[in-house]
Structures are given as C-alpha cells and as structure tokens.
Design a protein around this ligand. Sequence first.
Ligand SMILES: CC(=O)N[C@H]1[C@@H](OP(=O)(O)OP(=O)(O)OC[C@H]2O[C@@H](n3ccc(=O)[nH]c3=O)[C@H](O)[C@@H]2O)O[C@H](CO)[C@@H](O)[C@@H]1O[C@H](C)C(=O)N[C@@H](C)C(=O)N[C@H](CCC(=O)O)C(=O)O
Ligand SMILES: Nc1ncnc2c1ncn2[C@@H]1O[C@H](COP(=O)(O)OP(=O)(O)OP(=O)(O)O)[C@@H](O)[C@H]1O
Ligand SMILES: N[C@H](CCC[C@H](N)C(=O)O)C(=O)O
Ligand SMILES: [Mg+2]
Length: 469
Amino acid sequence: MRLGDLVDGGSAETVTGFALDHRKVAPGTIFGAFRGARVNGEDYIPQAIANGAIAIVTRAGVPVTGAQAITADEPRAVFAHLAARYFAPFPSTVVAITGTNGKTSTAELTRQLWHQAGHVAASIGTLGVTTAHDQVSTGLTTPDVVTFLANMAGLQREGVTHASFEASSHGLDQFRTEGLPVAAAAFTNLSRDHLDYHSTMEAYFAAKLRLFTEVVDPAGTAVIWADDEWSDLVIAACQERHLRTYTVGTRGEGLKLLSRTPTMLGQTLRLTAGGSEITVNLPLIGAYQAANALLAAGLVIAVGGDVATTISNLSRLQPVRGRLERAVIARSGAAVYVDYAHTPDALEAAAAALRPHTKGRLILVFGAGGDRDQGKRPLMGQAAANIADYVIVTDDNPRSEDPATIRAAIASPGATEIADRRQAIAAAIAASGPQDIVLIAGKGHEQGQIVGDQVLPFDDVQVARESAQ
Ligand SMILES: CC(=O)N[C@H]1[C@@H](OP(=O)(O)OP(=O)(O)OC[C@H]2O[C@@H](n3ccc(=O)[nH]c3=O)[C@H](O)[C@@H]2O)O[C@H](CO)[C@@H](O)[C@@H]1O[C@H](C)C(=O)N[C@@H](C)C(=O)N[C@H](CCC(=O)O)C(=O)O
Ligand SMILES: Nc1ncnc2c1ncn2[C@@H]1O[C@H](COP(=O)(O)OP(=O)(O)OP(=O)(O)O)[C@@H](O)[C@H]1O
Ligand SMILES: N[C@H](CCC[C@H](N)C(=O)O)C(=O)O
Ligand SMILES: [Mg+2]
C-alpha cells in the first residue's frame, strides 16, 4: 500500500507499518505523535523521521519537517482509522463490551457462545487474545491501537469470523479500538474505578459512552444491562443516535430475567425472550455471572444468533478464569474461591454470589493496586467490613507505591493486616472451618505480584492450593 492510497496528496512511498513509539519506527512507517499521560509524543517527531517515518499524524501546528504531516483535532482517531485501512480485513463480526466490571467475563462468554454455535471465534481483553485453542497475553485490557488492529487482522487470517473485545475507559479515551466496524456494543455497569485517570464519575462515564455514540456502527445494536443506575443514560444516548437497543436484565425487554434461583453448582434462570418463557440452568454462580451471561447472549443474538439456541447454550458455558474460580477445598472443608474483584462494587458482587453457598462465615482476603485510583481504597475497606465476617487486608500489585500506605488507606474496620499475600492466604485458610468460604479477591487470573518495576511470580489459585495442603 502506498501513502497516496491512504491520504489525499500522499506520495508513492510504500507504507510498511504504523507506530506509536518512535523506537518502533522503521523505514516506511506512519508515526502517531500524541500527547500522553506521561510524556509528549510530539517531542519524538524528529527522531521518528530520522528512523524512517514517512508520515506523521499529529495536531495542526506541530512542526513536521522531512515527512508528510497529517493533522487533525483528534489525531489519535485519524491514526486509528488510517491504521485500520492498512491492517484490514478483520473478522466479519466484531462486538465490544464496556463497563466497570464484567467486560472480560462477557467477552469470554460471548466467544464461548459463538464457538458453541459453530463459529470460529476469539476475544481480546484482560486475559489476552483468546481462541478455542490458545491464550496469548497482551499486557493491557485494551492494547494500543496498532497491537489491537494487528491482532484483529491476524485472527482474521487464522480464519476467525467472530471476535469480541473489551473496551476499557482508558482504551476508549485514547482511541485504542477505533477504525474497524463494530456491529454491537454492550454496557455492563458503572461504579467507582479509575478516577486517578478520569477525575470524575461523569468524565469516566463520558469515556465509556463514546463506545455507543461514536465507535459502534450507526446500523449496529447496543446491548445494555438494564438494571444498573447508569443504564437509562446509556439507553437515552443510544436513542438519540437512533441506535437499535437490546436490553437485558429484570428491567430488560430483549431478554427479561423473571427469576434467578441459586443451585448447588450454578443457578436456574427463568427468562422471557421473543415472547416465550424459557428456563435455563446456568452452570455459574452469582447474580453478576448471570448478568454477564445474559449480556453475552444478547450480543450473540444482536448479530444474528438464534434466540432459542443461544439461550439453551448458556447451560454449557465454562467458567471464566479467575472469576469466582473454585481453587481448592481446604482440609478444613471450606471452599476457597479466587475472584478478580478490585472495586468496591465488585467485592460486593463477589460476596453476594458466595453468600447463598455459605453456611458459615465468609472470610475475605484482598488489597488494592498501587498507582491506581486511591479514592476507591477506603470504599473497598468499608465494603469488605460490610460483606465479610473476617477480613484480611494484604498487598495487591503495590507497583511504585509504599504497600503499607495502601493498606492503611484501605482501613477496613475490624480487619487483620498481613502484608505478605501468601501468608495472608495461608492465614485465611488456617482460620476456616468446614462451613466457611474463603474468598481471595483482586488478582483473579494474574500470574504476578507487581512490586516496584518487578513482576514476582504469584498465582492466587496455586498459592491457595499450596496453603490448603
Ligand atoms: C495512562 C495510560 O493509559 N497510559 C497508556 C498510554 O500511554 P500514553 O499515550 O499516555 O503514553 P506516554 O507514555 O505518556 O507517551 C506518549 C506518547 O509518546 C510515545 N513515546 C514515549 C516515549 C518515547 O521514548 N517515545 C515515544 O514515542 C508513546 O508511545 C506515546 O504514544 O498508551 C500506552 C500505549 O498504548 C500504554 O502502554 C499506556 O498504558 C500504561 C502502561 C498503563 O498502565 N495503562 C493502564 C492504566 C491501562 O491502560 N489500563 C486500562 C484499563 C484497565 C481495566 O480496568 O481493565 C487497560 O485498558 O488496560
Ligand atoms: N456484571 C457485574 N456486576 C458486578 N460485578 C461484576 C460483574 N462482572 C464481574 N464483576 C466483578 O468484577 C470482577 C472482574 O470481572 P471482569 O474481569 O469480567 O471485569 P472487567 O470489567 O473485565 O475488569 P477490568 O476492568 O479489570 O478489565 C469479577 O471478578 C467480579 O468480582
Ligand atoms: N485492569 C485493572 C486491574 C486491577 C487489578 C488489581 N490486581 C490491581 O492491580 O489493581 C487495572 O489496571 O486497574
Ligand atoms: Mg477486563
């Protein structure tokens, strides 16, 4: 592809790739020079050109000498759209999920439902790039736009026709997932997180809302969990754009949840869909997993899946890694669960899921990540005190912060503090009785504890199993 094929007045030079970092520029690259959270990418334009960049996408007025300048008010959006034309084709059906909690779960359950329906399907998100046979980590929930589009194109080459992806608020704010057609977009919920980056709930919500007002195709569908306090605002924004909406939940119209009855290993859902009443046994516990499963079904139906088959396939869903994952039964007889709850709302959702299965006490081990929203820490501490009978506060990826300061900020009333996560997990399990449940929250599938700039190997499930012996 030549530069002239991509931009008006472009030269006949061959485009060889796209880069956001000047260190990744090779001859023929189009470089995106953007102001970032840490540094200003515009400062690296001369180096990018020296490394062979043939065009620079940036703001108007930024000096560019020796390469074609492509300028726009929102240069990240233009860069994404140019890159998408370069990397295309993509899987023919792509859907996205946003919300504070439940993106990974919904993306993964959507992938599973498509797989069951006979499609070659994949998902991209916190767990990495997942196909029926493989899982490769990308490091971020929503990778940078070049990685994202290259991965999507790679999936298409491998025969993937259906792909779901997580659109994090950072990703949406930074236009990391633009340019490719998105046939449907789901909203899970909104609660406190990431205010270190977005400052206010309104700004955080506005970032999420872009998925519906700008990213999803105008002829696409918004699939909305109707029972969240922010849902009506999402529905209103979609209606303003004349987007088709498909709502799910007890207030849902597409999939209406009539009742939810916990069973030993899951729950029975009674629903109305397309005018008929359907009962399905979901092999996952907790209201939150039912919500995510219904959203996944909604997405599959929104892009053409058969309603009855899709709902019946819910009974064959596999658990999502690190989301209410039963790690081990301790010698005491207590069941030990690992969950990725790292917000106040998620802690409540995870505890609510386990309560009906607990005859005794709910013992909770958790912490809060460093270099992330500080305001959520005391709220998590208070939530923990409300939902659990015994709380141990420990470390969870302190990153560059002092772990003791993070634990002090959590300040969970009545909690025990054990800095070392392995010791905390061991203490929780040692304290458990046969009727109790131990919930280890915050790290889910993660394979490391980030301390400073080191990633020390750590897996909550494995440590729980070792501690339970
Ligand atoms: C705050 C944030 O979101 N930062 C992300 C963002 O960085 P940025 O654009 O602000 O970059 P910057 O470091 O200020 O640099 C500005 C520009 O200069 C360029 N640069 C920089 C240095 C240099 O030598 N040369 C150069 O060209 C950079 O490539 C960049 O384009 O874009 C980078 C590339 O896409 C990301 O790697 C980086 O993620 C950092 C590492 C991060 O920790 N992000 C987390 C907070 C995050 O994004 N999390 C979300 C949500 C998690 C969830 O709840 O699910 C996620 O989607 O994972
Ligand atoms: N629908 C939901 N409602 C409330 N809480 C939920 C919901 N789905 C998941 N959770 C909680 O959030 C945790 C993380 O779930 P998941 O990984 O699916 O969310 P996510 O949105 O991808 O999170 P992240 O922002 O870290 O990528 C779960 O382990 C659970 O505790
Ligand atoms: N995607 C989330 C994950 C948080 C997980 C928790 N273990 C932490 O490190 O805070 C974030 O980057 O904020
Ligand atoms: Mg996620």
